[in-house]
Design a protein around this ligand. Structure first.
Ligand SMILES: C[S@@+](CC[C@H](N)C(=O)[O-])C[C@H]1O[C@@H](n2cnc3c(N)ncnc32)[C@H](O)[C@@H]1O
Length: 355
């Protein structure tokens, strides 16, 4: 619960009228849970079930990257409506637990290949493309010799595109063919903004992360005018309250290089060997250093491989993690333990590791 001092500093009457009753209820009653989730643990379960078990007004910063609705295995359980409901609900459940003046930072990307069954199926006319000499028999032979190869590996082996492999095998085009719905771009920023505002937050900032250009994932690039996937967003939501503003959190050079910059540039995680979609450590590290102080509690309710927990520990903050899949909970815990054992990171909540 809020300390007495924080309550004295924070005047509910200064908030917009629509928020006053929610705040009053939060500060006077709490949410009735005695057994709140403890810091420096990773909990397995659905974020929607576990977020209400976090102590109200206790989280300085929540930073996470949700399922993006791009066909990953861990989001296979979600239709587009479910995905929207998941994000809207998770954002709404954050308002009570973020402390006044604290932040919710969401890392997400637009959906570049959003299947739209209503989109007209017009075949691309490839003016400059020669027909590939690769035959169906070549593909079948290669499959026989390399039974574990996927479409992309077969294409590389035979020196053709993966569309050619698919057309030779099935007689259709992967995109825009007779059988598959067309894909278009779906902008997610407007949805996220609305869900944040409906929850009671204000959109405080937005930054762009420029990552590695994903040529390999850009199945459409060879047969359209579309660009490759090379950026994501960070939406900073603010909960009304006093926010401490400390220029000492970064060095003067860091303020110039990234603290005050709208565009951040650092590489993606290149080896997604143990998890399909990790963000690089640099991402939560920057957000945590900018928006929190040592010992603050940092939440990630889509914890994945544990990157945010590692960043929190490295900077002397505490963390709470939530993750749906047991295998990723185990992975995060193992990473934290081995990091601590190897002295790469210090124990959670102790002084930051300097190395
Ligand atoms: C984009 S990944 C996050 C990766 C993480 N930032 C990292 O660096 O490893 C999203 C994660 O959310 C998890 N997830 C999906 N639905 C969830 C839910 N309803 N509640 C909690 N976690 C969920 C997935 O299993 C996946 O690990």
């Amino acid at each position: 619960m809020m300390t007495e001092q924080a309550l004295v500093d924070f005047k509910i009457e200064r908030l917009p009228k629509s928020l006053q009753s929610t705040f009053r209820e939060l500060y006077t009653n709490g949410n009735g849970h005695e057994d709140y989730l403890r810091p420096n643990e990773i909990y397995q379960g659905d974020a929607r079930a576990l977020l209400p078990k976090i102590e109200p007004n206790s989280i300085a910063l929540s930073v996470w990257s949700p399922p993006y609705f791009v066909g990953k295995d861990y989001e296979a359980y979600l239709a587009f409506e479910d995905w929207q409901d998941l994000l809207a609900t998770v954002i709404r459940l954050h308002f009570p637990i973020i402390r006044p003046g604290g932040f919710l930072v969401i890392n997400i990307a637009d959906i570049l290949c959003f299947r739209d069954p209503d989109m007209p199926r017009v075949q691309a006319e490839a003016i400059n493309k020669k027909r590939s000499p690769v035959t169906k028999e070549d593909v079948l032979q290669a499959m026989k010799e390399h039974p574990t190869y996927n479409r992309y590996q077969l294409a590389k082996l035979l020196g053709c595109s993966e569309q050619t492999i698919d057309r030779r095998l099935h007689g259709n085009n992967i995109r825009g063919g007779k059988y598959e719905p067309q894909t278009r771009v779906k902008i997610v920023g407007g949805l996220i903004e609305n869900w944040g505002i409906e929850a009671g937050f204000y959109l405080y900032d937005r930054r762009i992360w420029v990552k590695d250009a994903a040529w390999e994932n850009s199945r459409w690039a060879s047969l359209s005018y579309r660009s490759v996937d090379e950026s994501e967003y960070l939406y900073f939501f603010w909960k009304p309250g006093i926010t401490k503003y400390d220029r000492g959190r970064l060095s003067p050079e860091e303020w110039i290089e990234w603290g005050s910059r709208g565009v951040w540039q650092f590489p993606s995680v290149r080896a997604n060997d143990d998890h399909e979609a990790k963000f690089p450590l640099e991402l939560p590290l920057r957000v945590i250093r900018l928006l929190t102080e040592p010992h603050d509690i940092v939440l990630d309710c889509f914890m994945g491989s544990g990157t945010t927990a590692i960043a929190a520990i490295q900077t002397g903050r505490q963390y709470i993690g939530i993750e749906l899949e047991e295998k990723y909970v185990n992975l995060s815990q193992a990473k934290i333990e081995s990091g601590v054992q190897m002295n790469l990171i210090s124990e959670p909540g102790t002084e930051p590791y300097v190395g």
